[in-house]
Design a binder for this molecule. Structure first.
Ligand code: IVH
Length: 680
């Protein structure tokens, strides 16, 4: 006993030491950008800590450096009230407006000397971080300014957010800042989304905000978010000036602009403020992250108090927003793209022009209405703007430069890919190609959608492979996937035996996917994941859904007329019926599988105990328990340090989640549970 005890205390000592060391090296690497040990040495320390923590779950700490990789799941974020409201800033766009703001400040302050701090306006999502005794205890989104979502679990994965402070920090305080996605991470993320056939994020801001709300913190860790902190809030007086509070925050280990040469400047005249603004307006594209302006703050805290607040924003600070950058160039042509759903998108083909740090050759034109509204004509000189979005927009025509004899643009009437006459459904602004099953990009797009992660999630095949299969004539539609054989694939380029085997196995495994995924995978217009789930819950099988009238479907929660009609029309079509019957013959699920159906039964969970909590999509409550038991696992009622897994469904209570995290119990989703059995 005493041996065990001394082992435990030796472990604890080593754990504490490793955590401290790793925090320190994290700081040197991510904040100071001046590492003192190699990545390998760092990984070795981290690995050692992982092992010790695994062997000693009683010492679990959510702020341990091992937790940076995430792992916890959140179904619904808890709403928390901010202890100080999170205000916004008033905006300005010109020197005149800055002068007026400065004049108002001088007037209220009776001609005291005023210093201003100029900072970058980071383009991401605001967060409030609460620290108690030097430890991060909560991270909250801005929300409506009064309360926001508790996203602590996700923010812990961000390396430039310190989990443990150093130096002489206040016992309790909050610090605010911006979480953003650096440009290189954004590019990588969108590239991998493209390869997986997922929708792309329009800009790094949306990507950052979206990432913070992900349910799987492991995924957040992969997104490579970063932070800058910009203000300390506390009941106690922290410092006499904003600049000094930034210095303090830097000393506690926060990632602040003071760590960089020219990200922040303390000045005393409008000229200097304008110089800072102009410098960054010109150089913003050299930064590794996006900014949308500059923030100017009165430095002195007592002057800030005198100036006070309006209902929405402080009078002691103002944002200067950069104008969306604009360029003029020639519209050479308008081309049309046909998407997976048949939606036709016009694209402006431009004479190459430099804009906001990149060369622009194409710009989006939303639809026929926009072209008509702007009266765009081929040969026109057009204005192109790049705001926060990556894709530039055409915003207008320079009429003085219009060539004589130019003719109004006539929108196409036939699909540019298959010549079918286009349709424009009533009340919609988009034209569609109705040849859903014959138009090549729609056929390819349908298969790409079918295999995608949220649909049938077929491993071993990506969007590019689908194109290859079409080009080789091996696949002309979804049903052909189930006829593929390894020997058909081997002649394809970059297709080794192993990839071919994987592909066929992935296709085989898709036959166990539940009906709602199959239904979503069919790519019926207006049927997203949730709608597919609702339809399956209400109608149980494809046969019942095919018999249902539009009125029957309207009775289902969240199903409105547009959706009901779209589903009804789809299921009545011959080509859809042929597809469904081919997939059914191939062995796909067209019926609801409440209890996990006939999934393998095994010994995989031998000796493991499970707590099941929340609502599941692939099982009902008894079904999931039965599934665990049939695979030799034990169900227990409440979480303890002896529990091996918590299977978390929708609406799992936050108290349970917290308890599981505290005790270091692994939290898994129903899909992970099923995968554990399948992999076996
Ligand atoms: S100070 C009272 N400083 O801009 C508000 N905000 O509309 C104090 N932002 O929600 C904010 N960079 O998310 C401040 N250097 C900076 C900033 C910054 C970006 C964001 C912030 C806020 C919004 C203001």
């Amino acid at each position: 006993m005493s041996d065990l005890f001394s082992q435990e205390s030796a472990d604890k000592e080593r754990i504490d030491y490793l955590r401290k060391e790793l925090n320190h090296h994290n700081f040197l690497y991510y904040i100071k950008d001046a590492p003192e040990i190699s990545d390998r040495e760092f990984d070795a320390l981290l690995e050692e800590l992982h092992k010790l923590e695994d062997a000693n779950p009683q010492f679990f700490d959510p702020n341990s450096p091992t937790q940076r990789v995430g792992g916890g799941l959140t179904k619904k974020f808890k709403t928390v009230k901010h202890s100080f409201p999170m205000l916004s800033l008033s905006n300005s766009y010109s020197r005149t407006e800055i002068e007026a703001w400065v004049a108002r400040a001088y007037k209220s302050l009776g001609d005291q000397k005023v210093f201003f701090v100029c900072e970058l306006k980071y383009d991401g999502a605001a967060v409030s971080l609460r620290y108690e005794n030097g430890v991060l205890v909560r991270a909250t989104t801005r929300g409506d300014g009064k309360s926001g979502d508790d996203i602590t679990i996700n923010v812990r994965t961000i390396r430039t957010v310190p989990l443990q402070l150093k130096g002489d920090y206040p016992e309790i305080f909050e610090i605010r800042g911006e979480i953003f996605m650096p440009k290189p991470s954004f590019v990588t993320l969108n590239e991998s989304r493209k390869a997986a056939g997922l929708d792309l994020f329009a800009n790094p801001r949306n990507a950052a905000a979206g990432s913070l709300k992900l349910q799987d913190s492991k995924e957040v860790a992969n997104r490579r978010l970063e932070s800058f902190t910009y203000s300390v809030v506390s009941d106690a007086d922290i410092a006499d000036s904003h600049y000094a509070s930034l210095e303090l925050a830097t000393s506690w280990g926060f990632h602040t602009p003071l760590l960089y040469d020219n990200y922040v400047q303390r000045v005393s005249s409008v000229d200097d403020v304008m110089q800072f603004i102009e410098y960054w307006n010109e150089h913003r594209h050299d930064l590794p992250f996006e900014i949308d302006g500059v923030v100017i703050k009165v430095d002195d805290v007592y002057q800030q108090k005198e100036l006070g607040y309006t209902a929405k924003s402080p009078r002691w600070a103002i944002a200067y927003k950069f104008a969306a950058e604009e360029a003029q160039t020639i519209l050479n042509d308008i081309r049309f793209q046909v998407g997976r759903t048949g939606a036709v998108t016009p694209v402006a083909e431009l004479e190459a022009v430099a804009l906001a740090g990149t060369t622009v050759r194409r710009a989006s034109l939303h639809n026929a209405d926009q072209i008509a509204r702007l009266d765009l004509r081929i040969g026109d000189t057009v204005r192109v703007e790049k705001g926060g979005d990556i894709i530039p927009k055409v915003t207008g025509v320079v009429h003085e430069l219009r060539p004589v004899n130019s003719k109004p643009f006539e929108y196409i009437q036939n699909c540019p890919e298959c010549q079918a006459p286009l349709v424009r459904p009533e009340g919609e602004v988009v034209h569609y190609c109705p040849a859903e099953f014959t138009c090549p990009p729609q056929r390819i797009g349908k298969v790409q959608h079918f295999i995608s992660r949220k649909a049938l999630d077929i491993d071993g095949i990506g969007s590019e492979t689908v194109k290859q299969l079409f080009q080789a004539g091996l696949v002309t539609g979804i049903a052909d996937l189930y006829k593929l054989r390894v020997e058909d694939l081997l002649p394809l380029e970059r297709m080794a035996q192993k990839s071919a085997d994987n592909l066929i196995q992935g296709i085989e495994a898709s036959k166990t996917q539940p009906f709602e995924r199959v239904l979503f995978g069919l790519g019926i217009r207006h049927v997203g994941e949730t709608v597919a789930q609702k339809l399956v819950a209400a109608f149980s099988s494809i046969d019942r859904l095919m018999e249902a009238s539009i009125e029957d479907m309207l009775l289902v929660d969240e199903i409105g007329e547009i959706i009901a009609k779209s589903v009804f029309d789809f299921l009545k079509r011959d080509d859809a019926q042929i597809l469904i019957s081919a997939l059914r013959d191939a062995g796909l699920n067209f019926e609801r599988t409440d209890s996990g159906g006939d999934l393998l039964m095994s010994q995989v969970f031998q000796g493991k105990s499970f707590v099941v909590s929340g609502v599941f999509t692939r099982f009902d409550r008894d079904g999931i328990k039965e599934f665990i038991q049939k695979n030799s696992g034990k169900i227990v009622g409440s979480i303890s340090s002896k529990t091996d897994y918590v299977v978390a469904g929708e609406n799992m209570g936050p108290a349970k989640l917290e308890k599981a995290q505290k005790l270091g119990v692994r939290i898994i989703s129903e899909n992970e549970l099923i995968q554990m059995v399948e992999q076996q």
